[in-house]
Ligand binder design. Structure first.
Ligand code: PTJ
Length: 247
């Protein structure tokens, strides 16, 4: 039992979630290493959503609301940390949810499907092996894509993954939103919008922004996107990770 008074309470609770997900059999063992990497970057940005990331979050929501077939791609880590919020975001933005795993096993896919089902989300994609398609040029099980989901999506939100998938999806004409605490990851650099923030803070804020932006017309949403530069966003995010905080 972690005492609430512990100065690192929030961080320790997230570790518990990650550990439990591993014990329940749906988090990859490497997922614990990935979480540790994320923790280190989160520490450096001060474990708060920066104004820069808030703007990236707002712009992401504008993009989601304008997309024709947006898909939220989930893996073991994102499910362990934010499954309920991901379902709420999918419902608010009319997005689909698709399981896409680097360390894909039948058992992990089954457990993750069940988690979303238990949250009342019955249309999870990416779990029907027989009907999956494969995206060319991805040399890992992450190439899987359901026909009605990632394969035909115009926008894919990827989180807590780094590698070659974002690049290939982008080459296939899809817009990419990445949630990644590491602003220097391959995925972060390729994405159209990179949210350098912890997924546990990002998704609730995306839901808040969706409620605010839903009533705007398309022209206003487009303007938000036109005013955004991901290059500047990443540069500013790097500036937040300055090592002068020791004062
Ligand atoms: O569930 P699977 O089989 O698809 O496997 C998933 C893992 C996470 C094991 C796999 O995608 C992986 O190895 O990821 P990487 O290459 O370590 O990348 C994870 C990225 O997510 C890193 O850049 C981390 O900094 C970042 N990250 C970790 N935790 C968080 C995070 N970003 C946002 N919020 C977090 N809580």
């Amino acid at each position: 039992m972690i005492p609430k008074s512990h100065p690192r309470y929030k961080s320790l609770i997230l570790r518990e979630k990650i550990k439990n997900a591993y014990k329940e059999g749906y988090l990859a063992d490497s997922g614990m290493i990935a979480h540790g990497r994320g923790e280190a970057f989160d520490y450096l940005i001060g474990e708060k959503t920066t104004p820069t990331s808030k703007n990236a979050i707002k712009t992401s929501v504008a993009m989601l609301l304008l997309a024709k077939n947006p898909v939220l791609s989930v893996n073991g880590n994102s499910t362990a940390l934010a499954a309920k919020e991901i379902v709420d975001l999918a419902n608010e933005t009319n997005s689909k949810i698709e399981i896409n795993l680097f360390y894909r096993t039948k058992k992990r896919v089954e457990i993750i499907s069940k988690i979303y089902e238990n949250l009342g989300y019955n249309n999870i994609l990416g779990n029907d092996d027989k009907n999956l398609k494969y995206i060319d040029n991805i040399d890992s099980p992450r190439a899987t894509a359901s026909e009605e989901g990632i394969y035909s999506a115009d926008l894919v939100l990827v989180s807590l993954e780094d590698g070659d998938r974002a690049e290939v999806l982008s080459d296939n004409g899809k817009k990419i939103i990445a949630i990644d605490l590491n602003p220097l990851s391959r995925t972060a650099k390729i994405a159209d919008i990179t949210i350098v923030d912890n997924i546990v803070r990002t998704i609730p804020l995306m839901i808040e922004y969706t409620k605010k932006l839903k009533s705007k017309d398309n022209k206003d949403l487009k303007r938000i996107i036109d005013d955004f530069s991901n290059e500047n966003n990443i540069k500013k995010s790097l500036e937040h990770i300055n090592l002068d905080k020791y004062n």
